[in-house]
Ligand binder design. Structure first.
Ligand code: ACM
Length: 553
């Protein structure tokens, strides 16, 4: 009996110390290499941050760190040029070893050193440093009674994938600029580097286009919104709208750039375009049709037609969009375009005959190729949902594989680049717990563990060269059932962190139990960041209640 007790005590002790270690170095995403050391560094009252590089971006990153430390710790950090004798040093790496986004972080009881080749690397080094400090370092106000220490270690780290993204749908519901910035901040905390901004939908056009003011004056407002689930067919009969001005877009793009996040705009075509058709019926199947901005979720039969007027319109829109977004990629949608109207149209059938297109899928391919040619002529590249494979993939297109991973595999086999974003792992609008305990969502079931288990590289189906076309992974947050920013965060977190780890950490280093332990420590940081993450507090009658919002747990 005593033996058993001893055994249990020892087991408990080792589990506890494993947990203590994990909590001491609770980095998310998990770094490639972490060497734990004894001892720790404690921040002095007036820390100096030394920057060796003359690159203004590196100095700006050091200043961002100084500003956050000043806010939360109450210390008064100063950024200085040069490294000698500094408390925190930003050192430029000598040779190309860490890669553009890689960094090394060394913490000893005497000093903290971040080494990187590029500004991005320093930025990610700072993210890791912040996560090694007490969670209160993320506070926006001074927190008293904390020892601001950092456990000694060496971290050497670089990402698994170059594309680490999240899409946010602002078409179904509109989210204000400060929230978009917060969304970007959270991507940066988790070392994500791409924000895919889904800006146009059947239910609302959300970006100012100077040449077509009616898009935001009228097409951004729907007459009514669905209440409850789609299958209930209930509406609130209240107009709903919102859009981003070009100044706001520029501000967001710059804000994201400062955090090494590329913003990819999505302008949907030829489907999901009812809002456009509400103000430009001449671009669709029926010039005389009065089509309101849609109030209904789902796939709509009314789509853009491949007319010259449509291409002129889209080229004008894309010209303004490309002037606002410096991203290499422009997302052109391409998903869920029913072919019913094209099948019934004399114009479409005649065009197919003239161009030698054998079916409506090839007509869609013709549509996308026209846009591809235009976007490519401006030095950019198109990316589209995997339906753009049907009827033949446009020469310069990158595919975003959402209906499983097969679209991605097919595209990689054709030597096209691919971003993996399958519903089965990456659709964060799916239920994350028993629907009876959750606010109404679209459906599906995608708990954290399943999201975490995704391996995007599908090496068993692709040759090593083809697998190189898998650029990375993306979490999608569709918003039909996310009327507020609270809901967005509730669905996105913590699952988005699991995607971030899949995108950053080598597959063989991933372990769900270890992730869950690190996540428990990380949740304290999310509390300071005011993130409304999912934790399923349920009352006795299974009525859902929102988690308490607090910045000072
Ligand atoms: C999609 O979910 N329709 C890309």
């Amino acid at each position: 009996m005593k033996k058993l007790f001893n055994y249990l005590a020892v087991t408990l002790l080792s589990v506890t110390s494993l947990y203590a270690q994990t909590a001491r170095y609770a980095l998310v995403p998990k770094p490639v290499h972490l060497e734990e050391r004894s001892g720790s560094y404690t921040l002095p009252a007036k820390p100096t941050i030394g920057v060796q590089s003359t690159n203004p971006d590196v100095r700006r990153i050091a200043q961002m760190l100084a500003d956050q430390l000043a806010k939360s710790t109450g210390t008064t950090p100063v950024v200085k040029t040069g490294n000698a004798g500094k408390d925190i040093s930003f050192v430029s790496a000598k040779g190309p070893k860490l890669g553009a986004e890689g960094y090394m972080l060394t913490v000893t009881p005497k000093q903290i050193v971040i080494t990187a080749e590029q500004p991005q690397g320093f930025f990610y080094g700072v993210q890791s440093l912040m996560q090694l400090m007490p969670a209160a370092v993320f506070s926006s106000a001074k927190v008293d009674g904390v020892t601001w220490s950092v456990p000694a270690c060496t971290v050497e780290d670089q990402p698994r994938y170059g594309y680490r993204g999240s899409m946010l749908d602002v078409g179904r519901y509109f989210y204000p600029v400060p929230f978009i910035k917060k969304y970007i901040d959270l991507l940066a905390v988790h070392k994500m580097n791409t924000f895919h901004w889904h800006l146009t939908e059947d239910q609302g056009w959300r970006i100012e286009i100077k040449k077509y003011p009616e898009l935001t004056q009228k097409a951004s407002i729907r007459p009514s919104t669905m209440v409850g689930h789609y299958r209930d067919h209930k509406y609130d009969n209240k107009p709903y709208g919102g859009f981003y001005t070009q100044d706001e877009v520029r501000d967001i793009v710059k804000y994201a750039q400062d955090r090494f996040i590329t913003v990819i705009p999505e302008i949907e075509m030829p489907g999901h375009s009812v809002a456009v058709l509400s103000v430009h019926p001449e671009l669709g199947g029926n010039l005389d049709r009065m089509l309101p901005v849609s109030s209904t979720w789902g796939v709509h039969e009314q789509v853009l037609f491949p007319r010259e007027e449509t291409f002129t319109f889209l080229e004008n829109v894309l010209t303004e969009v490309m002037a606002l977004f410096p991203s290499q990629y422009i997302h052109i949608g391409g998903d869920e375009c029913p072919k019913i109207e094209w099948k019934q149209s004399k114009f479409c059938q005649a065009l197919m005959k003239e161009k030698g297109l054998k079916d409506e899928h090839e007509l869609q391919s013709y549509f996308i190729q026209r846009i591809d040619k235009f976007v490519t002529s401006k030095g950019r590249r198109i990316i589209g949902w995997d339906e753009i494979l049907e009827g033949g993939l446009s020469p310069n297109a990158t595919v975003m594989s959402w209906r499983g991973i097969n679209g991605g595999i097919a595209a990689a086999r054709q030597n096209h680049d691919v971003v993996m974003s399958p519903t089965t792992y990456c659709y964060l609008d799916y239920y994350q717990a028993d629907p009876k305990t959750q606010p109404v969502e679209i459906g599906g079931f995608l708990p954290l563990e399943k999201v975490y288990s995704f391996n995007p590289s599908v090496t068993d189906s692709l040759t090593a060269d083809q697998a190189k076309h898998v650029l990375g992974v993306q979490a999608n947050v569709w918003s039909e059932y996310l009327p507020t920013t609270h809901y967005v965060e509730y669905m996105a977190y913590p699952r988005l962190i699991a995607i971030a780890e899949t995108a950053w950490t080598p597959g063989e280093a991933k372990n769900f139990d270890d992730f869950k332990q690190r996540l428990e420590a990380h949740k304290k940081r999310l509390d300071y960041l005011n993130v409304n993450y999912f934790e399923a507090p349920i009352n006795k009658n299974f009525e859902y209640v929102w988690p308490k919002q607090t910045a000072s747990k």
